[in-house]
Design a protein around this ligand. Structure first.
Ligand SMILES: [Mg+2]
Ligand SMILES: [Zn+2]
Length: 182
């Protein structure tokens, strides 16, 4: 069973201008939950890797984050799938940690937890730091145009980097799931 790594904000749920700070603000994007359930039912292990610097800044606390993730897991389970794991970075830029994307600490932790390699696994994100993190770990970078994705795509097109040329672009998570499952 292959792991698919998913960014959270802007991929699975709506990305406000700043941070999702409460469970009520955690609102799934259209089709995202069903896409996750379909991928899960097809045997893929869905693992989320998300930067949550709002924790370091005190914008919300661990209870808030756990409530968001309980909601996410419950919605996917109601749709007949499951989330295999949720890994988050609680730090801010100033902490210079190893886990804040584009650093690969979250992916290292996923590999350790699942005793596997993420090489050639899909990594779906909406920001450049997701794509850079994916490439640094040998994952296949996938950009969705939800969240900050359209802005990221415009920036990739206006400022092409050879490193990011392998990025595949989809309208949203549902279209990515269709591609994987076809
Ligand atoms: Mg994002
Ligand atoms: Zn971190």
């Amino acid at each position: 069973m292959a792991i698919i790594v998913l960014d959270r904000d802007g991929v699975i749920n709506h990305q406000p201008d700043d941070h999702v700070t409460s469970v009520d603000q955690w609102i799934p994007l259209p089709g995202a939950i069903e896409a996750m359930a379909q991928l899960s039912r097809a045997g893929h292990q869905l693992v989320i890797a998300t930067n949550q610097s709002g924790l370091a800044r005190g914008l919300f606390d661990l209870d808030d984050l756990e409530a968001m993730h309980a909601k996410l897991r419950a919605l996917v389970e109601d749709a007949g799938g499951e989330v295999a794991g949720i890994f988050y970075c609680p730090h801010s830029d100033e902490d210079n940690c190893r886990c804040r994307k584009p650093n690969t600490g979250l992916l290292d932790a996923i590999e350790a937890e699942f005793d596997t390699s993420l090489h050639d696994c899909y990594f779906v994100g909406d920001q450049r730091k997701d794509l850079e993190c994916a490439i640094a770990k040998g994952c296949k970078p996938i950009l969705v145009q939800t969240g900050r994705g359209q802005h990221t795509l415009a920036s990739l097109l206006s400022n092409p980097e050879p490193q990011l040329a392998a990025t595949a672009v989809f309208a949203d998570l549902a279209h990515f799931a269709d591609f994987v499952l076809q």
